[in-house]
Ligand binder design. Sequence first.
Ligand code: FO1
Length: 312
Amino acid sequence: MKRYLALCGGVGGAKLALGLAHVLAPGQLTVVVNTGDDFEHLGLSISPDLDTVTYTLAGLVQPGQGWGRDEESFAALDTVGRLGGDTWFRLGDKDIGLHLVRRTLLGEGLSLSAVTDRIARRLGVAHAIAPMSDGAVRTLLDTDAGPLSFQHYFVRERCAPVVTGVRYAGAEHARPSPALAAALADPALAGIVVCPSNPYLSIGPILALPGVRRLLAGAAAPVVAVAPIVGRRAIKGPTAKLMRELGVEPTAAAVAAHYADFLDGYLVDPADPVELPGVAVAAGDIVMNTLADKTALARRCLDFCDELAGRP
Ligand code: FO1
């Protein structure tokens, strides 16, 4: 049985992960998720990208928004506000329920991988979802307003500060999670899909884990990425703004160059010419609005992996 690994961040990545989950049997897919956005807040251990992927695959995500729970209420957060606590990070009541369980299980000594797996299975997800690492890696942004943790930059400051650098604190001491290490060592691995997530804020932390870039570059299975940029605009979120501030052209080509050491295939919009030695480029519609878009793009990623696997 062919197996596939997807590397994924939050909302954009979760869309393709959902498409892959629709076209692959449960035992065929491992979705490895960024945890650089994780933080401790209100006494809870928050893993936004893991929850976004889990809720999406469970069919429980807030549809228009792409993160958080469907039909959510905020009574607990209203109480937090009345009591003078922080309310800038909108944790809903149902979501807080999940966080109480995560806090408890982590407190009992379970790894983040074990907790993630248990929560996903209980919510009815059949495919494997795993954090990139069980160790703490925290994305930090150097900005004109000083250093900011990811959620302070992204949610509290609404990405307004000018970013001068991105760091992944703790990455050098963190190890890939058991699921990521196992997938990369799997002889039946038929393809690695880098989802259209922010290359610096979502995929960057995964690539910063010791050995991951080298293992991707040396993988027998083809590595295929979907561009997160169409015509100089990010499909979602602050990718283009961030790239400009880091002195990088916000183009699909620049993202490919960022992945050049391990990339075999790149799916781009027809309007975005990309030429990179050693990388096969396939143009087509990569914007995912409907479930049909997500499954179609997932199929194209898998077909592309098959096609590249046949090449010398
Ligand atoms: N994003 C926001 O823009 N505002 C929020 O208040 C917010 C709360 C939140 C709560 C739980 C959760 O799982 C995600 C949440 N997000 C929120 C999304 C999250 O900050 C980002 O989508 C990711 O971290 C970036 O991938």
